[in-house]
Ligand binder design. Structure first.
Ligand code: HEM
Length: 471
């Protein structure tokens, strides 16, 4: 891309506080802040401020925000061995422990080798029936004219699917407490990523956030541990993730301890359920905004499915449904910011920027997906952006809802199948209309969620649309 080598000292960035660095601006409005960063060049310098320099005993601390897909590809794929995930705050360490999302090196490779077959091919498609059955049951329970909080409904639906995938059980009456524990995790996560002080503050400091977080985690941990113990006491022939972990060994050939199994299950519970719920919530909202897209979807469902429920074999034929899924993940990527990376050694990016060893690097699907250079008129909802020709015309890493390289989402195939089957099953039965008077804006929690509950009115398919949108 660039022959010239650019030292980080010559990089520019938005004005930031001398003491608190970019954290103050970032906390104020992370999403807008990231979009503003697009105007400062392909690599943007974000000083962390003198407070962080004192805490971490390091001068000129900064993060580097990457705006160009080639640089992103370099960090995630081409030279990925030079980058580790940077340290996480105590809340995140408690949730994920030594689960696959935070380990490095040989341990991480070993864990991925264990999980990849579970999340691919026939094993994934064997869950199709469960997904459509649960989605159809939900759509059938809803009455024409009733109003629902669609975010909450999608959380309950994806949680009940994930609980079966992980533990082979129904979540039943625990669903509300588990969902609340996940939300408490979101709130603490946001706080910890918004200030250097909150970042280092241990979990035992009795703030309201830390207390509600610990209560929620204790509840989920107790459930997971009781499932592990009862399965050890009475082994079961089962296809779930718990069974996989109980039969697995670590790199040294030793069976996994209860703690290691807990860490993996807790990781998959959060990493697997929450982004899928957010993705589906945004899809229903976006669909409610475009009659043209709704008509295209209805036509495809009628043609491919007629009156029957979709199966795994239908998924490749749901071409337009997949374009809607892709475009929704572009506009509202649940993983709006990837985990920050830290360079082991000095590294020259394709843009020419020479990152010193120990540099912290920021990569944001949210910002990349809304860069007009790759997606003209970026706020417009337009599934045609994902036609094969349109995709071909863009650099691959201009679109990265599932990350990339050796840390690309392990559950991508499962998430996609789940998303498409839920959408196809439910949209064959119901339309969801946004209740008037709501302004729906994104909230950058651990995943990107709507700031307020999204209330939608249910209309049975086949009834006339009450307030057709013109888009
Ligand atoms: C729409 C739904 C989903 C989205 C948008 C999503 C997105 C992502 C992204 C962007 C990453 C990489 C993070 C980084 O590099 O910093 C990731 C990693 C991961 N995801 Fe997903 N994910 C989704 C669903 C799932 C599901 C259904 C599962 C499993 C059931 C899952 C399990 C994981 C795990 C375990 C990792 C860590 C992989 C590693 O570090 O090796 N995800 N996901």
């Amino acid at each position: 891309m660039m022959n010239q080598t650019i030292p980080v000292t010559s990089l520019s960035g938005p004005p930031v506080s001398r003491w608190f660095g970019f954290f103050s601006e970032f906390r104020h409005d992370s999403l807008d802040f990231l979009l503003r960063c697009q105007t400062y060049g392909e690599v943007v310098k974000l000083p962390m401020g003198q407070m962080a320099e004192i805490i971490f005993r390091h001068s000129d601390l900064a993060m580097y925000f990457l705006n160009h897909p080639d640089d992103v590809k370099h960090v995630l794929v081409t030279n990925q061995q030079n980058y580790t995930k940077s340290q996480v705050p105590p809340g995140e360490a408690r949730v994920f422990g030594k689960g696959v999302i935070h380990t490095e090196g040989e341990t991480h490779h070993h864990q991925r080798r264990l999980f990849l077959p579970f999340f691919h091919g026939d094993h994934v498609t064997s869950y199709a029936g469960l997904i459509t059955e649960k989605a159809a049951a939900l759509a059938t329970r809803w009455h024409h004219g009733a109003t629902v909080d669609i975010g909450r409904e999608m959380i309950q639906l994806t949680l009940s699917i994930m609980w079966r995938l992980l533990f082979g059980r129904e979540v039943n009456s625990d669903a509300t407490q588990v969902a609340e524990a996940i939300m408490a995790g979101h709130r603490l996560h946001l706080e910890q990523y918004s200030s250097a002080l909150a970042w280092i503050m241990p979990l035992w400091v009795p703030t309201t956030r830390r207390r509600e977080f610990s209560r929620g985690q204790d509840f989920v941990d107790a459930k997971i541990r009781s499932y592990i113990q009862s399965r050890r006491a009475a082994p079961l022939e089962s296809q779930d993730l718990l069974a996989l972990l109980l039969a697995a060994t670590d790199e040294a050939g030793q069976p996994l301890s209860d703690q290691e199994i807990r860490d993996e299950l807790s990781t998959f519970l959060i990493a697997g359920q929450d982004p899928t719920a957010s993705a589906l919530t945004w899809i229903w909202f976006l669909l409610s905004q475009s009659q043209t897209v709704r008509a295209g979807l209805a036509h495809e469902l009628e043609t491919v499915l007629g009156n029957r429920l979709p199966t795994a074999a239908d998924v490749p034929r749901l071409v337009y449904t997949k374009m809607i899924w892709d475009e929704s993940l572009r506009l509202y990527p649940p993983a709006w910011l990837l985990h920050a990376r830290k360079s082991r050694a000095e590294d020259r990016l394709p843009s020419g920027v020479l990152l010193p060893a120990g540099s912290r690097v920021f990569l944001s699907p949210w910002s990349m997906h809304r860069n007009p250079r790759w997606f003209p008129d970026p706020t417009r909802f337009d599934p045609d952006r994902f036609s094969p020709e349109a995709k071909e015309a863009r650099p691959v890493f201009s679109y990265l809802p599932f990350g990339g390289g050796g840390r690309r989402c392990v559950g991508e195939s499962f998430a996609e199948m789940e998303g498409l089957l839920v959408l196809a099953t439910m949209a064959s039965k119901v339309r969801l209309r946004l209740v008037d008077g709501q302004t729906i804006l994104p909230d950058p929690l651990m995943t990107l969620k709507p700031k307020v509950p999204v209330h939608m009115t249910i209309e049975s398919v086949g009834t006339p649309e009450r307030h057709p949108t013109t888009a």
